[in-house]
Design a protein around this ligand. Structure first.
Ligand code: PPE
Length: 308
């Protein structure tokens, strides 16, 4: 998806002009995938922009860094302020925000411990990740031939750039096959997650989602929000190890992620899911989620970080 430039990018504590936010080609992380990142959204509300679960995302960013033994020169409060400053400088009311902690220029070779650590915060307007049509009417999902990372081979709790080679391979395969998104399984054949989304399915009124750490899926902040919303709506949400046929027999399937938001799945492996898309439970959750992020549901005000 093409990026629309905005005016400023935060680099190591300074707001620099968009076109000056440059790095050297020998940046360590470019060669070895040794960076960690976040995806955050800010939404327009009646009283100005609000960043959704900002602190939770920054905490996860620093946890990802810790897993990779990257020592961030900036702490949670400084990065939260960094996001707020960058958003204010942009003048945007809604956008996607991408903090990145990376190893910079100065060292080569696989030992990351001696390389300089740099931090950037970029943001730009980003529409529906899987299309407006996808959010409204559902997407076509394909179970990937690429397995999700085995948690013994990769620290799947870390949102690290190098890990996304796996997602990217799966995404390309799905798109070339004429599908919208890929769903990966573990090497043991349990359903894991989408290339950039967590998985939920509904059967007989109960909502199921795979246990993240067991299946190598990222512990999604959207999935956490959606679980809270679903329980508040009176639904039961269970962590369940799921197999491929569970997708085919589900009444409803949906994916969640910051970029993707809450996206219904209309078809899995060319099989129609349920009778209508979005199904009634998916639709109820979508409605509350979009109200919550836009500051239209007082119950979830605590998730919003308002920027004046
Ligand atoms: N699994 C993966 C693999 C993943 O990348 C994401 C987010 C999620 C689950 C959902 O996590 P959360 O955003 O906390 O609910 N994917 C980010 C990157 C997407 C991209 O293409 O870049 C995102 O949604 O921002």
């Amino acid at each position: 998806m093409p990026i629309t430039p905005t005016n400023k990018i935060w680099m190591d504590g300074e707001l620099v002009d968009w076109e000056d936010a440059k790095i050297h080609v020998l940046t360590h992380s470019l060669h070895y995938g040794t960076a960690v990142f976040e995806g955050i959204r800010a939404y327009e509300t009646a009283t100005g922009p609000a960043v959704f679960r900002l602190r939770d995302h920054i905490v996860r960013l620093l946890e990802s860094a810790h897993i990779l033994s990257l020592t961030s020169p900036f702490g949670v409060d400084e990065l939260v302020e960094g996001v707020r400053d960058t958003l204010r400088a942009s003048g945007l009311s809604a956008c996607y925000i991408r903090p990145l902690i990376y190893l910079g220029y100065g060292e080569m070779g696989l030992n990351p411990l001696t390389a300089p650590v740099n931090v950037s915060i970029s943001l730009w307007p980003w529409g529906a990740y899987l299309g407006d049509e996808g959010v409204a009417r559902g997407i076509r999902l394909k179970v990937s031939s690429w397995a999700r990372h085995d948690p013994r081979a990769m620290p799947t709790a870390a949102k690290a750039t190098g890990m996304y080679l796996n997602s990217s391979l799966a995404k390309v395969e799905a798109l070339r096959g004429g599908y919208d998104e890929a769903l990966m399984m573990t090497t043991d054949g349990y359903l894991s997650e989408g290339s950039g989304e967590n998985l939920f399915l509904v059967r007989d009124g109960v909502i199921h989602t795979p246990p993240n750490s067991a299946v190598g899926a990222l512990k999604g902040i959207t999935s956490d929000s959606v679980t809270t919303i679903a329980r508040d709506l009176g639904f039961e949400v269970r962590d369940t190890l799921l197999r491929r046929p569970d997708l085919y027999l589900a009444d409803e399937v949906f994916l969640t992620g910051t970029a993707a938001e809450v996206v219904p799945v209309a078809e899995v492996d060319d099989r129609r899911v349920g009778k209508v898309t979005p199904g009634p439970i998916t639709k109820a959750i979508q409605d509350v989620y979009f109200a919550a992020v836009r500051g239209e549901d007082a119950r979830y005000e605590g998730w919003l970080d308002r920027v004046e």
